[in-house]
Write a protein that binds this ligand. Structure first.
Ligand code: PRE
Length: 379
């Protein structure tokens, strides 16, 4: 270490080291308690995520912090981070199996990342999970025999065709479900191909989440909801929040939430690349928000182009949503070209008013994110 120091400073640092070591012992103690909570929840079939307990605990600790002259946000940050750790640790003990004697669960496309994640979660919950990948169709008949749930998680571009061609002979007791990020067409295809229970699911997260806690899974009901109630209950036990939606409405929202967002991120990256942006100096001069923005853009290009092409090309309606964005961009550009600063400010206020209370709420949320980005810096 070349940093300057003094004897007095070193003494104080020794004391800080001692406190930090005590913190480690306390963390160990908390993790051990959480492991016990995990075991209790496992046998009682309780969800990993307990929002009311979290809110009550945070409120109490915040109030106590205040009386001790500690910033309430400090203890909230620490506890939220610890609870994230709890979600991961509680998962390791496994989950209660809501439906016993279901028979097999067959995951079509089970070797893909999302398929693997679901296979892992079902296995942690005691189910008999089988994967069916593109080269396994010669075994399909024996795999489907005695299946209680068939879950389709293949690329969007082949989902409907696969359902129509290959899933017409499932037993009427078997539940047919999918994880596709568009819902109307796959749901329609499943209802047409299969006479038994049908449900469409869309996990609103990528396969790299450590746990399902607090993640959203969209549910589009198909047919015979009583038969697949256990599946929804199981997903809730994993910690996810279910949001019921009508398939067409869901798909419309996805044009903005997924297609438009990913496409504009793609163009942002394309632009940096074509302009030969000097990434080293951009990184050097980054404000926290720009660093976060670069991370959001850059992470896209660390993933599969096929996956994003699938999402972006999935719906014809997305083209309109993206074209509208381009039209608004061009129109806003004319304000800049004409040098009309007042007009820009008028429009800015118009949008701010439209966001309403959400604007300051987002500002607050993003402040915490930006501080985390800054915390990650090591020099
Ligand atoms: O109290 C619980 O139910 C826990 O699982 C423990 C804990 C925690 O770490 O304190 C973790 C997750 C829950 O959402 C709430 C609290």
């Amino acid at each position: 270490m070349n940093e300057k120091t003094t004897e007095e400073l070193e003494k104080l640092r020794d004391l800080i080291d001692g406190v930090d070591q005590q913190l480690l012992h306390l963390l160990r103690k908390r993790l051990d308690l959480v492991a016990q909570v995990g075991a209790v929840k496992h046998s009682a079939g309780l969800p990993i995520y307990a929002p009311e307990r979290e809110a009550a605990m945070l409120a109490k600790r915040r109030a106590e912090a205040e009386t001790m002259g500690i910033q309430p946000q400090l203890i909230e940050d620490v506890l939220r981070r610890l609870m994230r750790e709890s979600y991961l640790n509680e998962k390791d003990v496994g989950f209660k199996q809501v439906k016993e004697q279901l028979g097999k669960i067959v995951i079509i496309g089970g070797k893909g990342q999302l398929g693997q994640l679901f296979a892992h979660m079902f296995s942690l919950s005691g189910y008999d999970v089988h994967l069916l990948d593109k080269n396994d169709w010669h075994m399909a008949e024996s795999l489907f025999d005695g299946a209680g749930l068939v879950l389709v998680t293949v690329p969007i571009s082949v989902t409907c065709e696969l359902i129509q061609e290959k899933l017409t002979k499932l037993s009427e007791h078997c539940i047919l479900a999918d994880l596709t990020s568009v819902k109307a067409a796959p749901l329609e295809a499943m209802l047409a191909a299969h006479k038994g229970p049908v449900v469409g699911l869309h996990p609103m997260f990528g396969p790299d989440v450590g746990s399902f806690a607090k993640q959203v899974v969209v549910v589009c009901h198909g047919r015979n909801a009583e038969a697949y109630g256990w599946l929804l209950e199981q997903i809730k036990i994993w910690g996810a929040r279910l949001v019921e939606a009508e398939a067409v409405k869901h798909d419309k929202a996805m044009q903005l939430v997924q297609a438009m967002r990913h496409f504009s991120t793609f163009v942002y990256g394309l632009n940096l690349c074509r302009e030969h942006a000097d990434m080293q100096s951009l990184l050097q001069f980054s404000s926290p928000i720009y660093r976060l923005e670069l991370a959001m853009v850059g992470r896209l290009f660390a993933q599969s182009p096929e996956l994003y092409a699938d999402i972006i090309f999935a719906q014809k309606g997305s083209l309109k949503a993206i074209s509208d964005y381009l039209a608004n961009y061009s129109e806003a550009l004319t304000v800049l070209e004409s040098g009309d600063r007042e007009e820009f400010i008028r429009r800015f206020r118009e949008v701010a008013q439209w966001f309403g209370e959400l604007a300051p709420q987002f500002q607050h949320e993003s402040r915490a994110m930006l501080q985390s980005v800054n915390d990650l810096k090591s020099h």
